[in-house]
Design a protein. Sequence first.
Length: 282
Amino acid sequence: MRYGASTFIWVSPFSNKTLDIIDRVKSIGFDLIEICVEDPETIDVPAIRSRAARVGVGVTICGAFGPGRDLSSEDDAIRDAGLAYLRRCVDYAEQLGSPFVSGPMYAAVGNTRLLDDEARREQWRRAVGSLRVAAACAAERSVKLAIEPLNRFETDLVNTVDQGLRLIEDIGADNVGLLLDTFHMNIEEKDIPAAIARAAGHIVEFHACSNDRGTPGEDHLPWPKIAEALRAARYEGPVVIEAFTPEIREIAKAVSIWRPLAASPDALAADGLKHLRAIFER
């Protein structure tokens, strides 16, 4: 099992000014750093590749999908902008050795609307069409897309594993699978281990997150059963901690973090990693 830490634990957006986080991730004991591409212009591929190689950590790429990158939008220009952004993420993944680009790439985070059945079908159709194009682009570069279901307060389109499975079936591309995140699953799934079992064979990435987005293990999640379900599903991808620092006000507001969730970002990462190693290597 390889363990990763998201740059969101410490910073937003990631840039050359924060390359030292790569060293920090290594010193804590992680195998990977997951870089979220919020602003593509701040991503310096040669600098990241050199630093990661020097300290000995792998890199994975996660996308950030705001209103201007909505692949399900009725506006052709917005869908085109979303595809252009996703292509850049794929390029970064290829250049940095990330086997995938992950995230809720089907729609803009924050879309929470009561649509009638026909409008929802049309939104779904647009998302599928956009992601077929993106998947073809990614396949040319031997990169996978890992689609992340989000909870009902962050998206109105794909909330559950079953909806995610239907989406990847409709896209119909071999290089498209799922990113499962225990924070979202805790809200939307009636049985997290059972949902993992249903996703077997389609899990590209796994986010091991506390139910309050704090330290994994300091929560009520059934971690031994989650680990057992992933083993039964023969999952061999990375296990990544994604959390957010309340010190960055824009991100804190976006994910509704109104209080500190750990003594420090380093403590959250280190204690979370210790817990995951104990659970997954039992």
